[in-house]
Structures are given as C-alpha cells and as structure tokens.
Design a binder for this molecule. Sequence first.
Ligand SMILES: [Fe+2]
Length: 457
Amino acid sequence: MSTVTAIFTPSELAARFVSARQRTLALCEPLTAEDMMVQSTAEASPAKWHLAHTAWFFESFVLTEFLPSYRLYNQDYPWLFNSYYRSFAAFPEKRLRSSFSRPGLDNILRYRGYVDAAMSELLERNPETEALKRIELGVNHEEQHQELLLTDILHAFFTNPLRPAYRDKKTETEMAEVEDSHFPKSKDRERDHPWARELGFLEFEGGLRKAGHDGEGFCFDNEQPRHRVWLEPFALATRLVTCGEFAAFIADGGYNRPELWLSAGWDTVTANGWRAPLYWTESEGGWSLFTLHGEQPLKLMEDCPVSHVSFFEADAYARWAGHRLATEFEWEAAAEEQPVAGNLLDSGRLCPAPAPTEELLQNEDTAELAENPAKQVESPTQLFGDCWEWTASAYLGYPGFKPLAGSLGEYNGKFMSGQMVLRGGSCVTPTAHIRASYRNFFAPETRWQFSGIRLAR
Ligand SMILES: [Fe+2]
C-alpha cells in the first residue's frame, strides 16, 4: 500500500466515504430489481452485483483487517462477490453473475448497510494510517464501479428490444437545469450553426519531461513512479472527433477498407461484422445512437464526440484522417497544466457534449476563464470528461513499478498485457476520481465504455 497516499483526515474521509456510498445507491434509483439482474455482455456485470461487490471490497480489505470486532455478514460472501483477486479467495465465473438471483436485492442492500455501519464505527475510532489508505482506495474503487454500473446498464438497455432510457422524463427536466449554457439544446439546433469548435491542432514543445503521479494526493499504483520521458514536438487536436466526422469515415467506406486497419483490427471488424460504433443503428431514416437518454437521431448528435469506439476504430479513423493517436505521455503533458473540469458525471449530463466554439470561448466571462483556463481558445478542450481517449500506448508498468502488497497487488498490475491506455475520464466518471496521471486500460477491441478519439500529429 506504500504507493497510495492518504490526503484526508478521518472526518474528511468519512464524509467522502458516505458521499460515494450514497451516490452508488442514487445511480440505481431509476432501475428496477429486474434491470439490476441483467448482464448483457461478458464485459459487464449486473447492477446488483456492483452493489454487493463494492461492499465486499470494504469488508475484505478494510473491516476484517482493521476492525477487530467485525464479523462477516455472510460466510459465503467473501468468495461469492470476489471479482478477480485469486490470492484472496476463489470466485465464481464472471459470466454467471446474472444467475445470482439469490441473495435477493433486499439482502444485498442490508449487506451494504451492515458494512456501512461497521465502517462508521471504524472511522470513529481514529484508525491507523494504513486503514485510512485502504478506505481511500475503497472509495476510489467504488467510484470506478459507479462508472461501470452506468456503462453496463447502457449496454443492458441497448439489448432490450424496448430500448428503455435510463433517464426518465421526470429527470430530463432536472437535466436541462444542469446543462451548461453553451451546450446546444437538441431541439434548438440547426446544421448551419455548428456547436462544436472548429477542429484545429495546438503545437507542444517536445523535450525531456516527467510523467506519472507526483506523490501528492491519491493515485493508483500504476500511475507511479513518476519518471522521465522524452517527447518529440507534437500537436494535439483542439477537441475530440465528432459523430458527424466519424459518419464521414463510415460514408467513405472506412469499415470496408483493410488498408486503414491494423491486422488485428481488420480481423475484429470482419469477425464481428462491425459497420459503425457500438450503439449506432441504421434504419430508413438514417443512423441513430442509443444513449442513457434513449435513442437519438445522428443529426442531433453530429457535433457531439463520437463514443463507444474500440482502439482499432480510433486508430483506423486517425489513419483515414491523415493523423494518429497521441501517446499517453503526450496526452499527460498537455493535460498536466489543466484543471480537472469538463463534462464528467457530476455535470449530470450522462452523454458526451459538443466542444464549445471559439466564439463561445472568447465570449466567456473573464473571471470564469481565470477559474477554468481549460476553456481558453489556446488550450485543447474536452481533455477531461466526455469520452475516455484511446492512446497509442500499450498498458505497461512504469520503470520501477511496484504493485501494492498482498492481494491488492492484483488490482492493476496483472492486467499489463494486451491492453491499451485511455486517458481523461468520461461523462460518467466522477469528477473527484480523475486526474492528469490517471491511466485507464482496456483490450483494443473494447467498445462498451465511453471511449472516443482525439487526433494527434
Ligand atoms: Fe472491483
């Protein structure tokens, strides 16, 4: 645990713990008990499982070690709700999680309450530093599962023939209130008035730089050690690639031109019959996109960032456009000086949004600009939030990487093979969860996360 730094006092951490636990339950409010049982793809888990597994994490890695009076809620839960920690306990096959009709949802909610009460008792006892570090890790783990819960339910609802919306009409009204003023209201938009800023490139000097977490505040073990990297001069796109731009790639035969694709990418495209990003459906009326707000016509989403593309699609698009994807270190160099602000889970939008235009950026109130320099014209927008950005970097340990001690060493380190790094968080990433050094990672064919494209050259 030595690579994770605790920054909170026990009372601050208690508040953060309570807030994270409540948010997980709040995200389940629009769901029925039946919704919470669905596991529609091997990559996803049922919402009910997420509720149980996040309680399991605190029980397994905090309470049983640091609260002597703690008794397990149920003797079977340590293995039943283990995800992948082989040195901790055996666990059921992931694909069977939708078979967990027992224990019932009411039992899982009681389990969460039982764990929360024990955590409250522990936090009141002024626990040792190591316990505080574990709790902070558990809160960050809970936040990761909040994002997964939403991406998993998006997939579940997409596979439901009724294509239900996660947000019902009542909450759509609330949505309008939190929507930033410079985001277009769908019904007001016209194509002759673009809402996304023009695609440009911003130049960055190369040279010897440092990458990785600097030691202040929480980070996962895979963000350390901070180390030197050499960057050639590079340029990053001012914003993410939009749905409209990606539609041009499709119209140009992008999915039928093997010369644009990596070999493994072409094999994946042909084996799966891909013709568009995940959640895109073509009908007589044209393309539509399935979102957490239900089905949306492409014509209303053209200026929104394209999402739910694999690394292979991101790479092929970049080649078609005459550019490339950034490395994770180029991305970090650009993001490091920027505040963590953007269309993240806290905005409540739950969908990637257009990048504000130059006109809107220039008209921004100067006080707001000082507060949020990411909005300045000379900075890339959308670095944080909207979509995770596929990078050209393979997910590997940094020089001198040391996984956490014990079973928690399995958290990140054992996946350092065959995966690519994504940066920046998405519209369903909690704001408190993301930072410039944060490294997400998925296999290159993965599409069910909010994953998008930023060009580089
Ligand atoms: Fe987990």
